[in-house]
Design a protein around this ligand. Structure first.
Ligand code: NAD
Length: 701
């Protein structure tokens, strides 16, 4: 069956796109439009054509199900259909509702007229996948909405609403009510007025849309883009295309667009961004928990502990209208926690992103309490008390005795054994780990820890809940540190060794930040509090007396240098200033420690720093895959992109390893093993890495 239905309404042909959910422009739909247009041209009784979609979508652009399949390249291409429409012998009117994005918008721009339903979104979001609109969008959009607006839309990928689009001249008319009937009536008016077929390609970009003239306008824009999008090549290429639209004839501009699109599609950053896009979708699939697994209703929540994490977790729920009962041990702690939440909302309101009424509405959804009896009816309770098994034990025993049957009992522990926690209750099937990342109201990652006895319905409900509170849920098995923190431990160990060998904290941070982490390990330690890691090391490394690690972080803590909170950590801080200043005290401590170890400091290259930190992550990631703690390599990548501040253009540590090539990864690791200072065990490739490298395979399929 065709994906574009054809009907006639008097002398107007109506072609309706029908490829749910959003009229992705796959091969079937492209062919259907082509056939419909050809039929309308051949039929003398047709005077004009209306091309439309559904109320939900004119078209969302390329059909992602077709990516990397032969159908994507099968004729007709979108450009062929666009040419056919633009040069059609009868007027073609696009009737747009819902959204016209990417290729869908480019299709609309090829029509002679556009009419739209209010509320419709118009955009060119290709840049989010490291690409640029490659079907004329960069050339036509500036000709109709002006260079400044088009540049903003194409470089940021942000859509605009129909009313703004209408003001800019994108729409000939906005239609209230039945937009297809309105479009047909509009098409009749066009016919009555002489059936003109204006083509956007014949326009020139309005000079008034380039304040200061084209030269100055693009020079300033270029500076801005270069500053804003470090590491991402696509925004600058988008700019070059819009500049070509402003300065060159249409056909020459199209050549620029095609050439730059070709460069981007093969670029590693676009591959990384596309990988991230698909990885995020894949993360929601759990092989033995099908989509139709029954779920429990979550209409109310409770949070235990109103500290750093509990406050942020509470905000996540109330932000989507789920009321929260928030429990603390003491009134003072409760008041302090609530005040922090209020301050966060008020800061948002000050920035104009929320009204004062909304602040009050959200605060009203929080019911503070000191009594467990008040939580009993909550559908889910998230525990965020101190990271101490004895405390968790008391809390879970109390929850077991208090909560209604069927409530989900979740722990925000970052390292403790969720199975042991489940064992404190008589309902281990209801217990799950929900590991939020700090700040919990901001970071998108939610590591969902599946215990040995966690019920499938509990897992399915928690995954769905993560989506509802706008997080990316990624499943992890039970182990010390789960996925993200178990990997970061190896990264931190390497960071410590680098200090022993001669690096300064600022050198290590600088190298890895330039590579793509928003914060290096030492700035991160200072922000999170170095005492947190100290506490964990004391517990962990007591059990592993033979494990080699650098004592520098312990020495730092022994000096009371916990980080920003003590105005001194790996760096020095001035009161009220978060700027990290290199510290002479730390340098002196490092010099002494190297002397104690008998190490002659050497100069370590940035390349070595990056490889050692990143490959430490990769090797542990491989181990986690082998153990089944992580379901897929792309899950690990998503964890690093959404929870650890790794730039999306890197695609994640496992994607990075794949793009270097696993044999090369093993070779680099062998080189590190030869370093006389190296821990001989550290660089032994994990069995999975060794196997895949030998077989010439990749982590990510
Ligand atoms: P925090 O010290 O800021 O807050 C803990 C709060 O729990 C305190 O307000 C305390 O009064 C309260 N509390 C302690 N025992 C309690 C009890 N028995 N009943 C009720 N309230 C109690 O700690 P945090 O940083 O919010 O960490 C909480 C949990 O989240 C820990 O398990 C931690 O490992 C985990 N976590 C922390 C981070 C982080 O970056 N801070 C990130 C992920 C997970």
């Amino acid at each position: 069956m065709s994906q574009a239905h054809y009907r006639q309404d008097g002398d107007i042909a109506v072609i309706t796109m029908d490829n749910p959910p959003v009229n992705g422009l796959g091969h079937g739909l492209r062919s259907g439009i082509r056939d419909g247009i050809a039929r309308a041209m051949a039929d003398a009784s047709v005077k004009a054509v209306v091309l439309t979609g559904t109320a939900r979508a004119f078209s969302g652009g390329a059909d992602i199900r077709e990516f990397n399949t032969p159908a994507a390249d099968a004729s007709p291409h979108l450009l062929d259909v666009i040419d056919q429409i633009e040069n059609a012998a009868k007027p073609v009117v696009a009737a747009i509702a819902g959204l016209a994005l990417g290729g869908g918008n480019e299709l609309a721009l090829s029509c002679h007229y556009r009419v739209g339903a209010p509320g419709t979104q118009i955009g060119l979001p290709e840049v989010n996948l490291g690409l640029l609109p490659g079907a004329g969008g960069t050339q036509r959009l500036p000709r109709i909405v002006g260079a400044s607006k088009a540049l903003d839309m194409i470089v940021t990928g942000n859509p605009i609403r129909a009313d703004e689009a209408a003001k800019l001249g994108y729409f000939s008319k906005l239609i209230e009510g039945d937009f297809v009937a309105g479009a047909v009536a509009f098409a009749r008016e066009v016919v009555a007025a002489g059936a003109k077929r204006p083509r956007i390609r014949d326009l020139t970009v309005d000079p008034a849309s380039m304040p200061g003239g084209a030269q100055a306008f693009f020079a300033a824009a270029r500076d801005q883009v270069a500053k804003t999008y470090v590491g991402y090549p696509a925004p600058m290429k988008c700019l070059e295309c819009v500049e070509a639209a402003a300065k060159k004839p249409f056909d020459e501009g199209m050549k620029v667009e095609q050439a730059l699109f070709g460069e981007l599609i093969d670029s590693i950053s676009s591959k990384a961004l596309r990988h991230a896009f698909f990885a995020e979708r894949a993360a929601s699939k759990i092989p033995d928990v099908p989509d139709d697994t029954p779920q429990r209703a979550i209409k109310s929540a409770a949070v235990i502990g109103a500290g750093t994490m509990g406050g942020g977790i509470t905000m996540n729920f109330v932000n989507v209208g789920i009321p929260v009962t928030l429990l603390e041990m003491k009134q003072e702690a409760l008041d302090k926690g609530l005040a922090t939440i209020r301050r966060n909302y008020e800061n948002t309101a000050k920035k104009g992103r929320m009204t004062q009424d909304e602040v009050e509405q959200r605060m009203a959804l929080i019911k503070p309490t000191l009594a467990y009896a008040d939580l009993a009816q909550a559908d889910i309770v998230v525990e965020a008390v101190f990271e101490d098994m004895a405390v968790k034990k008391t809390v879970f025993q109390t929850l077991d005795a208090t909560m209604k049957p069927g409530a989900i009992l979740a722990s925000n522990t970052s390292t403790l054994d969720v199975d042991q926690i489940a064992g404190f209750t008589k309902r281990p099937q209801d217990v799950i780990g929900t590991h939020f990342f700090s700040p919990a109201n901001v970071m998108r990652l939610l590591e969902i820890v599946r215990g040995a006895k966690t019920g499938k319905d509990v897992l399915a409900t928690t995954m769905a809940l993560s989506k509802k509170i706008r997080k990316v849920g990624v499943v992890a098995g039970v182990c010390d540190g789960f996925i993200g923190n178990r990997m970061i431990e190896q990264y931190s160990r390497q960071a410590g060794f680098l200090l022993e060998e001669g690096c300064t904290p600022q050198q290590v941070d600088g190298a890895i930040e330039r590579w793509g982490f928003s914060m290096g390990p030492f700035r991160m330690g200072d922000l999170a509090g170095n005492d947190v890691g100290w506490y964990i090391r004391k517990r962990r490394y007591l059990e592993k007396p033979d494990l080699r690690y650098s004592k520098t972080a312990d020495l730092l803590c022994e000096m009371g240098r916990y980080g920003q909170k003590t105005s001194a950590g790996w760096y020095d801080y001035k009161p009220g200033d978060r700027t990290a200043y290199p510290s002479a005290v730390v340098d002196e401590m490092l010099v002494k420690e190297r002397a104690r170890l008998g190490v002659t400091p050497r100069t370590v290259s940035d390349e070595e720093i990056v490889n050692r930190l990143v490959l430490a992550l990769v090797n542990e990631g491989a181990q986690l895959l082998d153990e089944g703690i992580a379901l897929r390599a792309s899950d690990i990548d998503i964890i690093y992109l959404t929870g650890y501040g790794l730039a999306r253009f890197r695609g994640g540590p496992m994607f990075h390893a794949d793009s270097i090539g696993l044999p090369k990864v093993v070779e680099i690791m062998k080189g590190f093993e030869a370093n006389p200072q190296a821990d001989p065990d550290f660089w032994k490739p994990a069995p999975l890495l060794a196997r895949l490298a030998a077989e010439g395979k990749r982590f990510n399929g």
